[in-house]
Ligand binder design. Structure first.
Ligand SMILES: [Zn+2]
Length: 81
């Protein structure tokens, strides 16, 4: 992936967590993202695997990008075929 800020190649990696990884409009200490309006689950929680998303890093711009289109960033995505 090319960094949209500096147009250099980004490094692909992973962000891991022990519970789900989600974007929310504001901080909530309790409750899964599904209970908060407008939230986006980037990786569902798995008791065996934790959660993980593919993330791209630009060390130059100090940015991290997660492309969550079609859940493709989620390591725990359920296989639909
Ligand atoms: Zn950059």
């Amino acid at each position: 992936m090319i960094c949209p800020y500096c147009n250099k190649e980004m490094e692909q990696g992973v962000i891991e967590n022990q519970s789900e990884i989600a974007w929310k409009a504001k901080r909530h200490l309790f409750g899964k993202a599904e209970f908060h309006k407008g939230s986006v689950v980037l990786s569902k929680h798995s008791f065996l695997k934790g959660s993980a998303v593919v993330a791209h890093l630009c060390r130059e711009c100090e940015k991290v990008i997660i492309d969550y289109k079609d859940d493709k960033c989620d390591f725990n995505k359920e296989k639909s075929e």
